[in-house]
Design a protein around this ligand. Structure first.
Ligand code: AQP
Length: 335
């Protein structure tokens, strides 16, 4: 993004991931990899969105451990606490307050149309709670509190950024200029990594483990999952999302972890079978994810250090959030 189309500027970046569920390579390629790149030149705020996690079934007694583990995951995947603010959503109360205030200007019809709401209502039939419906409003509050320019996310979250933009514009029109209108930033490739077992569906934390490669999976798990990944009855290793979704997904993952283009990979595997592609991809993933596993193991022994990072992050986030909420309250006629 540029100012007046000419000068590159430092952008305000916000993004978050829920603490529940083990992160998979889709989360990494869609979101965290972009964070690690963006933190070099921008003001980045990365949140562990625990309030969002309460909308799906979870176990309260495990939540604090999962939050700490997710902070460790951010660090192990390359987020640098000296360059980016890392904090826990529920520890900055302004998120809940702004979410409530934005509830009052958001039509229910807009929320009913959200794909994630429709999908999760089907997935968790016994627990279609109001939080699931209002999820995009809390997400809008998260983003708008930090006067965010860009939100690095995967494809599935694009619709939620759109509604955030609508809410920001509506608020600005009704109460006067208050929020920046943010933009979604999707990676050029990897915005939607597909399930290994159902390659026409996105890879998801809440689907069975064999459908995804966890960022911290052990080598033998990675190998077993990739070797069993669904492909098709054909033989040629060619990228074609419609006709060969499984093979195309494997090629995308291969390309993103190797830095080789899909075209180069098609050439490399010309005349070879799926088993060879899978074997080579397993080795690549085992090697690429090795440093993540090692760093995570190291950080698991440094709980005090990780908690201190979250506390410092909370303090920094709080300063920005309280300034925005003071402005919002005033504009809405509150004290
Ligand atoms: N398959 C994916 N490909 C690329 N990016 C993805 N993301 C999620 N799945 C893929 C991105 O990862 C970030 C994590 O967001 P989240 O924790 O809020 O979870 P989510 O979007 O609901 O993703 P999951 O992992 O699939 O969880 P469930 O099972 O709960 O739906 C977001 O930036 C997302 O776009």
């Amino acid at each position: 993004m540029t100012t007046r189309g000419l000068t590159p500027t430092i952008m305000k970046v916000f993004s978050g991931i829920q603490p529940t569920g083990a992160l998979h390579i889709g989360n990494y390629l869609g979101a965290i990899k972009q964070w690690v790149e963006l933190q070099e030149k921008n003001e980045c705020v990365f949140c562990i969105v625990d309030l969002h996690a309460l909308t799906s079934p979870y176990q309260p007694e495990t939540l604090q451990n999962l939050i700490l583990e997710k902070a460790i995951v951010y660090l192990a995947a390359g987020v640098n606490p000296e360059k980016a603010t890392i904090f826990v959503q529920s520890e900055v109360k302004e998120h809940s307050e702004l979410a409530w205030l934005l509830n009052t200007i958001t039509p229910i019809g807009d929320l009913n149309r959200m794909t994630q709401y429709k999908e999760k209502s089907k997935k968790f039939k016994q627990n279609v709670n109001a939080g699931l419906l209002n999820y995009p409003i809390l997400m809008a509050a998260d983003i708008l509190l930090y006067q965010t320019d860009i939100v690095p996310v995967g494809q599935d979250q694009k619709q939620h950024i759109e509604i955030t933009r609508t809410i920001a514009r509506k608020f600005n029109q009704k109460f006067g200029q208050t929020f920046k209108v943010p933009e979604a930033k999707l990676p050029n490739a990897g915005a939607k990594i597909m399930s290994l077992t159902q390659p026409t569906k996105k890879m998801s934390k809440t689907d069975p483990p064999e459908s995804r490669i966890g960022l911290f999976d052990e080598p033998e798990e990675i190998k077993a999952k990739i070797m069993k990944a669904v492909t098709d009855t054909g033989k040629t290793i060619k990228y074609n999302e419609k006709l060969k979704p499984g093979v195309s997904n494997l090629l995308t993952i291969y390309s993103l972890f190797s830095g080789k283009t899909v075209k180069e990979l098609e050439k490399k595997f010309k005349g070879k079978g799926y088993a060879e592609l899978k074997k080579s991809l397993s080795e690549l993933l085992i090697n690429s994810l090795e440093s993540f596993r090692r760093k995570k193991k190291e950080l698991l022994c440094r709980e005090v250090y990780v908690k201190e990072i979250l506390e410092q992050g909370r303090k920094r986030a709080q300063i920005i959030a309280s300034s925005t909420i003071a402005d919002v309250r005033k504009k809405m006629g509150l004290t």
